[in-house]
Design a protein around this ligand. Structure first.
Ligand SMILES: Nc1nc2c(ncn2[C@@H]2O[C@H](COP(=O)(O)OP(=O)(O)OP(=O)(O)O)[C@@H](O)[C@H]2O)c(=O)[nH]1
Ligand SMILES: [Mg+2]
Ligand SMILES: [Zn+2]
Length: 319
């Protein structure tokens, strides 16, 4: 019998899976060929899932040259995912692809800025849904408050009103850093959001990391992604942070239309009062959510985000 070891994936580069073994040493592993993608057939559609992602606990064997090979993964507590951008060929084959960003996460910090790049509340709401639907604690960081203060305060109030913790920060001047560090302690934390908002800058500032950041300080819409893959870092006892590449768009994966409302926290108290328990809060009679929007108990912007998302999940297949 070949001896099996256990570890945790902290970075994936092309076909190399970097794993911490039980003593915290780094082992570069390959993935046994048949595990590359897990395929599932559901309702005649082919679904593919990433077999191993950053955050996964794995089982591996050691090769003679000190590298390893992953032979299995352990069940994920949760994971953050989105619908993969579809290629035309994949669409033709009827494939629906889920891209898993990382697994076994406690806190999702959605990072945004007001300027450079401009605040996009619809995108934030979509990332919130991705977090909420996977049982991940969500908070929001508004970085670059040196560039704009007034609107930062308004959006802070807006999201706090819904029930989210909001951290205003400036990575360049180390403002608001301690509060986030405290929240990160003893947990696994992922930082996700648009490109150029300062995710890597914040992590450098908070934990003295040396992540690559965009050297061109003036943000352009065409800005390239500086961080190109997900990486996890150990920054304290039991404390991990994950830096991610920026996102331009995101569609959550595998959410049922009638469940979407539950991922908009402030809708939840009203949902139970809708006439139909499959209410999608659009055209149905006696919808308590629509009524709450009309009475300004639910903000119209959030309801618009909801409708916008509802439109895009129309075609999903469900597990
Ligand atoms: N004015 C200002 N600029 C900042 C701040 N934080 C980061 N920046 C700048 O914003 C630019 C982008 O920062 P990054 O840390 O590379 O952004 P990112 O979110 O990691 O971007 P991707 O890796 O492409 O997703 C850099 O030029 C930083 O110097 C801040 O608080 N204020
Ligand atoms: Mg980055
Ligand atoms: Zn309703």
């Amino acid at each position: 019998m070949v001896k099996k070891y256990q570890g945790k994936i902290f970075r994936i580069e092309s076909k190399d899976y970097y794993v911490w073994d039980e003593s915290g040493n780094i082992v570069r592993c390959s993935l046994r060929g048949k595990f590359r993608k897990e395929l599932r057939i559901k309702k005649d559609k082919l679904l593919t899932l990433d077999y191993a992602v950053v955050g996964d606990y794995v089982e591996f064997i050691r090769n003679k040259d000190a590298t390893g090979m992953i032979t299995g993964t352990f069940r994920r507590i949760n994971f953050l995912s989105r619908k993969a951008l579809k290629s035309k060929a994949a669409l033709k084959r009827g494939e629906r692809i889920e891209q898993i960003i990382a697994s076994n996460i406690d806190n999702l910090f959605i990072v945004a800025s007001i300027l450079e790049p401009q605040f996009n509340n619809k995108l934030i709401d979509r990332i919130i849904v991705a977090g909420e639907s996977n049982n991940i604690n969500v908070s929001i960081i508004i970085n670059k408050i040196d560039l704009e203060k007034k609107e930062s305060k308004l959006w802070k109030k807006f999201y706090e009103g819904i029930g989210y913790q909001v951290f205003p920060t400036c990575a360049i001047k180390s403002i608001g850093i301690k509060e986030i560090k405290n929240k990160c302690a003893n947990s696994t934390n992922i930082f996700w959001g648009p490109s150029g908002v300062g995710k890597s800058s914040l992590l450098n500032c908070m934990f003295g990391l040396n992540l690559k950041i965009n050297e061109i300080s003036h943000y352009s819409q065409k800005g390239v992604h500086t961080t190109v893959s997900c990486s996890m870092f150990k920054v304290g006892d039991n404390t991990f942070v994950i830096d991610t590449p920026g996102i331009r768009e995101i569609a959550p994966y595998g959410i049922k239309k009638e469940d979407l409302g539950f991922y908009f926290q402030e809708f939840v108290p009203f949902i139970n009062k809708c006439k139909f328990n499959t209410c999608t809060h659009t055209e149905e009679p006696d919808c308590a959510v629509v009524e709450a929007v009309e009475n300004n108990k639910i903000d119209l912007m959030r309801y618009e985000s909801y409708l916008n998302l509802l439109d895009t999940i129309e075609e999903d297949i469900y597990f």
